[in-house]
Design a protein around this ligand. Structure first.
Ligand SMILES: Cc1ncc(COP(=O)(O)O)c(C=O)c1O
Length: 362
């Protein structure tokens, strides 16, 4: 069996470091907002070269807290991609704002800036690009639009930890970057976890207060906040994995190159637009024969997944509200995309086995 991600192999390769950090937390017994959280935030900020990194309970919460801290609320429109995980749009709803779904570029699967431009009106307050599958969105074009119309940018970096554009990390470009440490993410913990990055002092301060019951000082509550903290156990695990994240991302990249070399005549491999560097959270191909390929892989014990089978404007939760909207590129991509196993420990012989299995489907 080849899984989508092999967290067990990764755990075994880091076992001595992780086990010793975990037992130190258990001995210390300071489980919430302790030294590991503080050190992880400092180390992540240094690693990403951003001024502030504030951890929280999940990537979904990171988006929610960032939108709240940016002052986005009822009556505001937030332009985002329809081809993303539901959490991107849920967070916009949590603050009472309206998601405006825009179609994607057919090659990169990221939000199409020309269509963002068309969607801007007097209610638009923010653009929420998603760096989908680990490839940065076209931030130079999005930044130009945001500057022109005085809009806030909140980046969804759940899939792009460590990806950069011209040396600036995703999550360091907009007012805030929202990261997820869901176990399968490029930098993943062993439960739920998230983080907001920002170069804006006021924004960072607000998020710190919001994630901890509206409190900057113990038992002094200035606003209604949330219980959205990363716990010490997760922070300890993330501190270990942070030492290896660049190597992990390089391994993912190398795996993707091998895949593309072997698959280029059979399917449409991922397209790297060169705007930033791709960290391959997912390796996603396109093929009109997607279902045949998927079935053949499954029959040969090779995991594969469709990210995403239904664009957000077509999801049941949004379908009636967005009934008049047709976003053809996302709908077409959803019918042809297939994500293959990709993780830092994926071996060359496993990639060859996967690509041979794909070729044998035809
Ligand atoms: C694009 C995107 N945004 C947001 C999230 C939400 O992150 P989390 O699962 O940590 O809440 C995810 C991940 O699941 C994601 O892929």
């Amino acid at each position: 069996m080849i899984p989508m991600v092999d967290l067990k192999t990764q755990y075994h390769s880091l076992k001595s470091e992780i086990d010793s950090e975990l037992s130190a937390v258990l001995e210390n017994t300071q489980f919430i907002l302790g030294p590991n959280v503080q050190q992880f935030e400092t180390e992540a900020a240094v690693h990403l070269n951003v001024k502030h990194a504030i951890s929280c309970a999940s990537g979904t919460d990171a988006l929610h807290l960032a939108l709240l801290a940016a002052g986005i609320g009822p009556g505001d429109e937030v332009i985002t991609s329809t081809f993303t995980f539901i959490a991107t749009a849920e967070a916009i709803r949590y603050v009472g704002a309206t998601p405006v779904f825009v179609d994607i570029d057919p090659k990169t699967f990221n939000i199409n800036p020309q269509l963002v431009d068309k969607a801007i009106n007097e209610k638009t307050r923010a653009i929420l690009p998603v760096h989908l599958f680990g490839q940065p969105a076209d931030m130079p074009s999005i930044q130009t639009l945001a500057d022109k119309h005085d809009l806030i940018i909140i980046e969804d970096c759940a899939q792009s930890y460590g990806a950069k554009i011209n040396g600036v990390v995703t999550g360091g470009i907009g007012l805030a970057g929202c990261h997820s440490f869901f176990p399968s993410k490029n930098l993943g913990c062993y439960g739920d976890g998230g983080m907001v990055t920002s170069n804006d002092d006021a924004m960072a301060e607000k998020i710190k207060i919001l994630r901890n019951h509206g409190s900057a000082q113990r038992y002094h509550h200035d606003i209604i906040g949330y219980n959205s903290r990363l716990d010490e156990i997760q922070a300890a695990i993330l501190r270990v994995k942070l030492r290896y994240i660049d190597e992990f991302n390089q391994n993912r990249y190398a795996a993707a190159q091998q895949y593309s070399e072997q698959l280029k005549d059979v399917v449409t491999p991922p397209f790297e637009d060169g705007i930033g560097n791709h960290v391959y959270h997912q390796y996603t191909i396109l093929s009109p024969q997607r279902d045949l390929i998927s079935k053949n892989l499954a029959e040969n014990n090779i995991a594969n997944a469709i990210y995403y089978p239904i664009p957000l404007h077509k999801q049941k939760v949004f379908a009636s509200e967005y009934a008049g909207i047709h976003l053809p590129v996302s709908e077409q991509v959803a019918s042809e995309c297939l994500s293959l196993p990709v993780f830092p420990e994926l071996r060359e012989d496993q990639i060859t086995q996967i690509t041979n299995t794909i070729k044998s489907a035809f």
